[in-house]
Design a protein around this ligand. Structure first.
Ligand SMILES: Nc1ncnc2c1ncn2[C@@H]1O[C@H](COP(=O)(O)OP(=O)(O)OP(=O)(O)O)[C@@H](O)[C@H]1O
Length: 520
């Protein structure tokens, strides 16, 4: 235990101490002793104790240190810092952080929190422990002090990764999936990937870190043609959403035929036949117009099929991540698919937990939704189901990680249910305000760090750890599928006649993995 400074004064929940340590940074953790307990504090401000008089600084050609020497002033005074620290509290296993409400006395020693103190107090889980996620390292340390999240908290109480574009969100999400697929988690993960950034996770299958006795993590990549939703699985509102400009009369007919066929595995022809049966005669304009719309629109939505249906058991399994690549789909298809899949996952979990009949998934599931503002805004077709999962999913073990560069577009009720937040560099002022409002647990001092973060750095807060920390993401074990393109490099290769090939090797999907659906 080595003291780094002595307390100067204090008030309320903050105190000041003086230190010669020029490496101590904002956000760093220090402690003082109270009743034999280590009271953890966060450095929130640091400034030189004594400033050089302006006159010394007016001549850049003369080193101010020389002037001080000539004048016989003690130089060390100018090398001391006054640091303001905010008290977090001592850590109690049952109560969490307890603020002793006693500020340290002037002259009392302040210590830099050692790695063991940090891992015991800031994080709920130890590195490599069952149910732990090694997300990165503390940002304010030169040495690698691991930052660890608790898996069960993110699955039961959801999380979000928010940042401006290019800040490293999907890179970090890749780290998260890697951790979830390590043997000590063996999670069941589904990734809804609208940009095709996660296929490189397939490399996991070739790495030793994801194997253990009897365990070997799997990653499935599903492309557009491999994903189908049976028409009869759509709810009435979803069906209505696909058919534009229905008159009231058409809507009334559609509603009544839907109710008639509900619960059966009906096809678009069954719908049309039922409409015709209701028509007054063969020339009934409304029935003909409605039938035409069904042929024109429903049969054109590529992911909807009369017979084939994606089987949840094929895509959700412990120790497996499935990436649904939606990059070749239109917006409507992406939202419908998200809505239907999430609804079925929730229902299958409810069925399993409550012992009801129907499709069941017996284990918790973690779903990563990239570009979440497109799926969790009020006008999205998948809004309702996401809202339900975010508010009720915890009871049934359906966890969600929302990833977005436009958090202000995500419905605030949904965002406020993400009880663990990873926030990276955010430049847009509207998004900064939105985060300040929706993330109560983070103090102003930490929010003010956001614009200054660089790629891969993040503020992590919420229930998966004991107190907010600034981190740098750990290095990925797999390559990153969303790496920024180096345009001049590519142009030069082309112009020099070498052509261009991505560095990342093509990820081969084994033939047996294509057997994903069942046909009835
Ligand atoms: N921790 C990191 N270490 C090294 N490189 C990183 C790290 N995080 C991100 N990068 C690199 O930065 C670039 C942008 O990262 P990433 O694709 O994760 O950003 P993003 O926030 O998801 O952007 P977008 O919103 O455009 O999808 C990539 O080239 C990635 O390889």
């Amino acid at each position: 235990m080595k003291a780094i400074g002595l307390v100067k004064s204090g008030e309320g929940l903050e105190f000041k101490f003086v230190t010669p340590d020029d490496k101590l940074r904002n956000g760093e953790f220090v402690y003082y002793i109270y009743n034999d307990r280590k009271v953890i504090c966060r450095v929130v401000k640091k400034s030189p104790l004594r400033l050089y008089p302006d006159i010394y600084l007016s001549k850049p050609s003369i080193d101010p240190e020389r002037i001080i020497k000539i004048m016989g002033i003690n130089k060390t005074e100018f090398e001391l810092f006054e640091v303001t620290a905010s008290i977090i509290g001592y850590y109690d296993r049952n109560l969490g952080f307890v603020n002793p409400r006693v500020i340290p006395k002037p002259g009392q020693k302040v210590y830099l929190a050692e790695e063991e103190v940090i891992s015991e107090t800031l994080f709920k889980k130890k590195l490599g422990e069952v149910g732990s996620i090694h997300i990165g390292y503390l940002l304010n340390r030169d040495d690698d002090v691991p930052a660890v999240l608790e898996t069960s908290s993110i699955v039961s109480e959801h999380m979000c990764i928010l940042a401006s574009t290019g800040s490293g969100k999907s890179y970090l999400a890749g780290v998260l999936v890697e951790e979830l697929l390590k043997p000590h988690n063996s999670a069941s993960v589904l990734i809804l990937d609208p940009h095709g950034e996660y296929h490189t996770l397939k490399e996991i299958e070739g790495l030793d870190e994801f194997r253990d006795e009897g365990y070997s993590a799997r990653v499935k990549i599903l492309e557009k043609d491999e994903i189908k939703i049976r028409l009869s699985e759509l709810e009435y509102d979803e069906l209505l959403n696909i058919l534009p400009n229905l008159t009231d009369k058409m809507e009334a007919i559609l509603n009544s035929v839907y109710r008639e066929l509900e619960g059966t595995k009906f096809t678009s022809n069954d719908l049309i036949d039922a409409i015709q049966r209701r028509a007054e005669d063969e020339r009934d304009v409304t029935a003909r117009a409605l039938s035409w719309r069904i042929r024109r629109y429903i049969e054109n939505v590529e992911i909807i099929d009369d017979y084939i249906h994606i089987s949840l058991k094929d895509i959700l399994r412990p120790g497996m991540a499935t990436v649904i690549q939606m990059s070749d789909m239109g917006d409507l298809d992406q939202q419908l698919l998200t809505s239907v899949i999430l609804k079925r996952i929730l229902n299958a979990r409810i069925n399993a937990e409550k012992g009801l009949s129907g499709e069941k998934i017996e284990y918790p599931v973690f779903v990563i939704v990239e570009e979440a503002h497109r799926f969790a805004s009020r006008d999205s077709k998948s809004f309702e189901v996401l809202k339900t999962i975010l508010s009720e999913g915890r009871k049934f073990g359906v966890g969600v990680c929302l990833i977005s560069q436009r958090p202000s577009k995500i419905d605030s009720d949904i965002l406020s249910q993400c009880m663990t937040q990873i926030i990276m560099r955010i430049v847009n002022p509207a998004d900064q305000d939105n985060i300040r409002d929706s993330v109560e647990s983070i103090g102003k001092d930490l929010i003010s760090e956001l614009p200054g973060l660089t790629k891969g750095q993040a503020l992590v807060a919420g229930v998966a750890l004991n107190t907010p920390v600034l981190i740098r993401a750990r290095k990925r074990l797999t390559s990153h599928g969303g790496a920024s393109k180096n345009a001049p490099e590519i142009w030069r290769r082309y112009s020099q006649g070498h052509g261009y090939s991505e560095k990342t090797e093509e990820i081969r999907i084994p033939a047996k993995q294509r057997r994903l659906f069942w046909e009835e």
